[in-house]
Design a protein around this ligand. Structure first.
Ligand code: SF4
Ligand code: SF4
Length: 477
């Protein structure tokens, strides 16, 4: 049925899809749902992490005392290799310090601290030149996405230009825009899709042009069905340089079920395909891009704007002014004026960067917002689960509720025994860290946290093995 003639009612009745298993969570989105994105006043300083991507490290390109302009590149690759993404100044001002600061992944990393210069610098910036994505070459388009510092905004910060360059032999035939936003509390993607549907569709068209893929699906949970008419309209209006509609873009509604926004779940729900064990979305012929990332890609071409602002949800019972906000990257929430962001420190029990299921609990608010910060949730005692761990009672609830059909209890036993190989054999690398098992565990065992640490140990072991092999090879020469 053509999109133009598909009614909202029919979407509800015939096209709502999903994946097997999953949790019906209380969405707790009411405090910010339907609220516009409010632009925060420019803070007095920003603390910009030099490394905000998954990949090789960056180095600072500026020194203490330098004046930098909003949009200026201030950090880039420390060495050769494609897995790097530059970082840009999000405000105009003076570099005051370059030093390690705590970050949202609970590590300390090098940060560039910029003190704001008074005044509005939105027109006095150092953006990139505007570039037509439909007439430039594929290489120019990928270089633009890298130069604009774009990484996945919904997850680990994977470089977008790498995601859009699948290796030879991998055939991609569907692009998926991930607008599911299945985490409780978070409403940023919904707000962005409401306010910038034209950029969502434009970003999708750019990605289709780069990859040569003719079909795209915008995936949303059915609690966002009200957005369908405005996105459909943008799909109809979307034209390339030749005035043609640049491909087949449709909307796929999915059940509101956690973790519907996980790449593997969304692919299954929208296409019926399964990502094979140990595989990636490209192994199922798909590339998945977060809705916010697609908007950032569109802005990198149409405005030449690097990724320097972040839209996020600030919510939870210890936030007196829950809202969707836009801040310069590097903003520390407590640097915002109280009239704009009022926190109830007496009630604050737990701080989460990201959503409560997949995000990271941090011990301080003195942590900057970075490219992949989708939300900051400030929870009260009533909103948090008890922290005290008990012994496993072998109830099997973690197995029954794992969205990836793994055996969390066995993975945990292997990790407790220090047996990384057994943990991998029982599914560690297929775990998407969705948090469902830990949420359902009556013994409150921190299963997901253990799996995260287990993967870090595995990566460290692999790196050590590679280093040893390289040293051995060197010694033989
Ligand atoms: S084992 Fe991993 S994928 Fe399965 S429920 Fe737990 S966190 Fe989610
Ligand atoms: S849900 Fe918790 S208590 Fe039950 S089997 Fe899994 S780890 Fe053990």
């Amino acid at each position: 049925m053509p999109l133009e003639t598909t009614s909202l009612f029919l979407y509800h009745e015939t096209m709502v899809s999903t994946f097997k298993r999953g949790l019906k969570l209380s969405t707790r989105k009411h405090a910010t749902e339907g609220k516009p994105v409010e632009t925060a006043p420019v803070p007095g300083q920003v603390v910009i992490p030099v490394n905000q991507h998954f990949g090789a490290p960056n180095k600072s390109l500026v020194q203490v005392g330098d004046r930098v302009k909003r949009g200026q590149k201030i950090a880039d690759a420390a060495g050769p290799g494609p897995m790097t993404v530059p970082v840009h100044a999000s405000i105009t001002g003076i570099v005051k310090k370059i030093e390690p600061r705590p970050q949202s992944n609970n590590t300390s990393g090098p940060c560039i601290i910029i003190e704001a210069e008074p005044g509005d610098h939105d027109d006095d910036n150092e953006y990139l030149p505007v570039l037509d994505p439909f007439t430039c070459t594929r290489e120019e388009a990928l270089a633009r996405i890298r130069e604009a510092g774009i990484t996945g905004m919904g997850g680990a910060g994977f470089p977008s230009h790498i995601k859009l360059s699948p290796p030879q032999g991998k055939t991609i035939d569907i692009i998926i825009a991930d607008g599911a936003e299945c985490e409780p509390y978070l409403t940023t993607d919904e707000a962005v899709m409401t306010e910038k549907p034209h950029l969502l569709v434009r970003g999708l068209s750019i990605v289709m042009k780069i990859t040569g893929v003719k079909k795209a699906i915008i995936g949303m949970e059915d609690n966002k069905a009200r957005l369908i008419p405005m996105i459909e309209r943008e799909i109809r209006l979307n034209k390339d340089a030749a005035g043609e509609n640049p491909g087949d873009i449709s909307i796929g509604l999915c059940k509101t079920l956690y973790p519907q926004g996980g790449e593997k779940m969304l692919i299954t729900a929208l296409t019926g395909r399964e990502v094979p064990s140990g595989g990636l979305p490209m192994d199922a012929g798909c590339i998945v891009q977060n809705a916010g990332t697609l908007v950032a890609i569109a802005e990198a071409f149409t405005l030449g704007k690097p990724l320097i602002d972040r839209d996020l949800t600030v919510s939870g019972g210890a936030c007196k002014t829950p809202k969707n906000i836009r801040v310069p990257i590097g903003t520390i929430l407590t640097d915002l004026p109280k009239e704009f962001m009022d926190l109830d420190m007496a009630k604050l029990r737990k701080i989460i960067f990201g959503g409560p299921m997949m995000g990271t609990a941090v011990s301080t608010l003195n942590i900057p917002i970075q490219k992949n910060t989708s939300g900051v949730i400030l929870m009260t005692m009533e909103e948090t689960l008890a922290d005290e761990e008990g012994p496993c009672i072998r109830c099997g609830r973690c197995i029954r509720n794992c969205s990836c059909r793994l055996s969390p209890v066995l993975m945990n036993m292997a990790l407790e025994a220090g047996d990384l190989d057994e943990a991998v054999r029982t599914g560690l690398l297929d775990c998407i860290e969705c948090g469902s098992c830990a949420y359902m565990c009556p013994a409150r065992i921190k299963l997901t946290q253990r799996f995260r640490v287990g993967k870090q140990r595995l990566r460290a072991r692999q790196a050590a093995a590679q280093q040893a092999a390289a040293q051995q090879a060197k010694a033989k020469v």
